[in-house]
Design a protein around this ligand. Structure first.
Ligand code: CA
Length: 235
């Protein structure tokens, strides 16, 4: 697989949010060396401002921050505009991880992580988001009961009210909506939406489904225990 982004005319902007200067600097240096424009924010409040000001293409966000923690930062930045987020978590802290995915992180790495691996995840997530945007262009909206998915504009409305979804939530919804009422196994969703062949990440799917239900209403997605999920066409 190629490691370069397609047709990179302007550098993609990345915001790195981490209070530990050694980690922040190492991550920023690596990403700059790969051609990204990088800014660093050392605490949560600065990060929220920086996202509004810079409109980054992706945010690398540490959970453990002074003041506003990473989860709250993620909630606030996703409320304004969907932005891809890779979260950094402490090892084995699964609660943080699941909450992080529920508040809108697209991917995560546990500390200590390899800077190379992080750079690879950054590229993979950007590619995934750009591919989705490309695929949605010129597509007609999907109408499922009172649910409207506008692929070209990447907007979702339920009963006329706009619902803000993160890039991964949007893609998961589009996958489910492509085959309404059909049960899609979690492993398949993981492979198709996240591109992960490893099935140990199925709880990631659960967390994102939880977030979709919270935002769209619990009746939109049906759980088929032990198998997966199906999109129900809301009345
Ligand atoms: Ca930290």
């Amino acid at each position: 697989m190629s490691n370069t982004l397609p047709d990179m005319t302007t550098p993609r902007r990345i915001l790195v949010v981490e209070d530990e200067a050694a980690i922040a600097n190492a991550v920023a240096a690596r990403l700059r060396a790969e051609g990204f424009a990088v800014e660093v924010a050392g605490d949560g409040a600065v990060a929220v401002d920086a996202v509004r000001r810079l409109r980054p293409d992706l945010v690398v966000l540490d959970i453990m921050l002074p003041g506003l923690d990473g989860l709250e930062v993620c909630r606030r930045i996703q409320a304004d505009r969907p932005v891809p987020v890779i979260m950094l978590t402490a090892r084995d802290d699964e609660t943080d991880l699941l909450v992080g995915l529920a508040v809108g992180a697209d991917d995560y790495l546990t500390k200590p992580f390899s800077i190379r691996e992080l750079a690879a995840r950054v590229r993979a997530l950007l590619r995934r988001v750009e591919r989705m945007q490309e695929a949605g262009r010129n597509q007609p909206p999907m109408l499922l009961g009172d649910l409207e998915i506008n692929l070209a504009e990447r907007r979702v409305r339920r009963a006329g009210a706009e619902v803000h979804l993160t890039p991964t939530e949007f893609e998961l919804l589009v996958h489910l909506a492509g085959r309404p009422r059909a049960v899609l196994p979690r492993e398949r969703l993981l492979a198709e939406v996240w591109g992960w062949a490893d099935t140990s990440g199925t709880r990631t799917v659960d967390s994102h489904v939880k977030a979709l239900r919270r935002k769209l209403g619990a009746d939109v997605i049906r759980t088929v225990h032990g198998v997966g999920y199906a999109l129900e066409v809301p009345a």
